[in-house]
Design a protein around this ligand. Structure first.
Ligand code: 5GP
Ligand code: MN
Length: 339
């Protein structure tokens, strides 16, 4: 995004617009935090703004200011389609290809609205009039902060906006520890706290609201942990039956893959989660150092993401998906053992 783009966007936002903001399917903390942070900023500018999400998200994100205004495409399809059709501007946040919005793909790709993409994933599609894409960024929330700053409105950041943006920076950086966390990230976080973001409350609301069943499910997952020492790899499986036993709710498996990565000497971690309703195995991949799980996911699991965190899916059975993972590992052994 260059100076000219910012000038054009400033001009565009100088009169009241109908604006739609959309994150990816199965929105996470960064997706909800960035859409709501931008939502509050644009509301302050006098615009008519709607946040439309493809589907539901975990309850540990449902306290974020503005949550009650969010519309869900899968259960409120007609209203959402009408809002998209009437939009002047469409912001797409925390994803960079329409297929990442699931069933919303058609409505979004047919939309005549001017499109602005703000995202930190690799290999962006070319659908937006204005593309702010930066894979070095910790989070889309950090980019929303820079975006507001570039528009000259950093003083408009209040406690509400600060709270939303804090959530996404915190969740996408694993509480400020992943490699993408920079001194600038910390300066932004410091500023958000000065603006009123309550770091302790935010952390508690996202991480310390576990149910007993969620912890039992984590226990099951850790029991299912397998290690492949020659590939410095570890993986976890969770079948639909196991999820049912522990009354699985959306978000319950968030972060579980990191336990596999925390094993001493492990460079690559995976979790395979059976979803019988969708007829897929959802895959999350994590790595350390320069080993790119984004590339592995693109090549083998219909997915993508970042160098050290990527996701994908498989239409094979759970055990066949694991077999496939194990069978491709030898071709990566050299890279994995170089880390
Ligand atoms: P997670 O494993 O937490 O679902 O996702 C890790 C990262 O990979 C996130 O940045 C997410 O946006 C991305 N990701 C997850 N699933 C997919 C997918 O199916 N396709 C693509 N392109 N990216 C994904
Ligand atoms: Mn993100």
């Amino acid at each position: 995004m260059n100076k000219q783009d910012i000038t054009s966007i400033k001009q565009l936002l100088s009169t009241t617009k109908k604006i739609v903001i959309v994150p990816h399917k199965n929105p996470d903390g960064d997706a909800i935090g960035s859409t709501l942070g931008l939502y509050h900023y644009l509301l302050k500018g006098g615009h008519q703004v709607n946040v439309l999400v493809p589907n539901d998200y975990p309850s540990f994100l449902k306290w974020i200011p503005g949550n009650d205004a969010i519309l869900k495409y899968d259960s409120q399809t007609k209203i959402c389609q009408d809002i998209i059709e009437g939009a002047d501007i469409l912001f797409t946040l925390d994803f960079n290809a329409f297929h990442r919005t699931g069933d919303m793909e058609k409505s979004l790709s047919e939309s005549k609205a001017l499109k602005i993409m703000i995202d930190h994933h690799q290999a962006p599609d070319d659908y937006a009039t204005y593309t702010y894409s930066d894979v070095s960024m910790s989070s889309t929330c950090e980019m929303i902060y820079h975006f507001i700053d570039m528009l000259g409105d950093v003083n408009r950041i209040d406690q509400t906006i600060a709270t939303c943006l804090y959530v996404g920076i915190m969740t996408d950086t694993g509480s400020f520890r992943f490699r993408s966390t920079t001194s600038t990230t910390h300066r932004i976080i410091a500023h958000l706290i000065e603006k009123g973001a309550d770091n302790t409350q935010i952390h508690n609301s996202v991480y310390d609201t576990n149910s007993y069943e969620r912890l039992q499910l984590l226990g099951r997952a850790l029991t299912n942990l397998n290690v492949i020492p020659e590939s410095k790899a570890a993986y976890i499986t969770l079948s639909q039956d196991e999820l049912n036993t522990y009354n699985y709710k959306k978000g319950d498996t968030e972060g579980v893959v990191n336990y596999a990565l925390s094993l001493d000497g492990i460079v690559l971690a995976a979790i395979f989660i059976e979803d019988k309703k969708e007829g897929i195995i959802k895959i999350s991949l994590r790595s350390k150092g320069d080993f790119s799980v984004n590339e592995m996911s693109r090549a083998h699991f219909n997915g993508g993401g970042h160098t050290n965190a990527a996701g994908g899916r498989s239409h094979l059975s759970l055990s066949n998906t694991v077999d496939k993972f194990i069978s491709i590992l030898p071709s990566y052994n050299k890279a994995l053992n170089n880390e």
